[in-house]
Design a protein around this ligand. Sequence first.
Ligand SMILES: Nc1ncnc2c1ncn2[C@@H]1O[C@H](COP(=O)(O)OP(=O)(O)OP(=O)(O)O)[C@@H](O)[C@H]1O
Length: 274
Amino acid sequence: MPLVVMCGFPCSGKSHRALELKEHLEQKGRNVYIVEDHVLGVDRNSVYTDSRKEKDLRGALRAEVERKLNKDDVVILDSLNYIKGYRYELFCLIKHAQTPHCLIHCLTSPDISSSWNQDRLQDDQYTQAVFDALVQRFEAPDSRNRWDSPLFTIQKDDVLPLDQISNAIFHRKAPPPNQSTQTQPLSSANFLHELDKVTQEVVTAILSAQKTSVPGDVIMVPGATEKVQLPRILNMSELRRLRQQFISYTKLHPNENISQLANMFVQYLNQSIR
Ligand SMILES: Nc1ncnc2c1ncn2[C@@H]1O[C@H](COP(=O)(O)OP(=O)(O)OP(=O)(O)O)[C@@H](O)[C@H]1O
């Protein structure tokens, strides 16, 4: 059954809203699981100052969501979910599980979130440095992205639109699977090498084509029948970051069909670049 992804600044009221939704759905006879940061039993201030630990936490949360998704229950992922690429991974997961999802963005200002944080028990507080860093890193959801849609943006005094959320998760079809989300068994020892090589070739081709192209152009890249649509010029560090995100995701969800890797990477780029 569906996945509800919470999203927002630290201490912006995500758990509060997640509980409100859980209670409402339980009254309607649904089973609801909340998956949240304490899954690893670690101190969040140490997690969010260490990219390795943070990555492990995201992986653990995603694995827990994957385990809990079934045809009967609702899963609410109550975490910051502030990285666009991570939300894309969750979207691939629900596509693969063939279940609908929605996103609830708690749009509370940094000042108010910070004051709520300071009013908390000491053990639950983010340090101000961690809080500020997370606010700065936050990649706001955009309902034009399929993985951020349907999007419910909730401000602190808003009434949670429970009926609209229920409609979005119970009365919508799951997104259709596509090549990049259909899993196939990994049998090629060559896979990681190919993944590295193919994505590097695509990046090199884009960088080279950009020397003579203008925003709005489409670019042919080696090994792909799909074309890269460039709404703007991308710099090397952005391309490198997108490539790394794609590699991380694909390593976790390997696809035996190596000949499709370039097309999958192009699809990923086209969905990520705005
Ligand atoms: N709508 C609200 N109005 C007033 N106070 C609120 C509201 N939502 C949350 N709070 C207060 O803010 C604090 C943090 O709320 P909550 O735990 O829901 O935030 P969170 O975004 O889940 O935090 P975290 O980032 O730690 O997971 C709580 O102490 C709560 O009392």
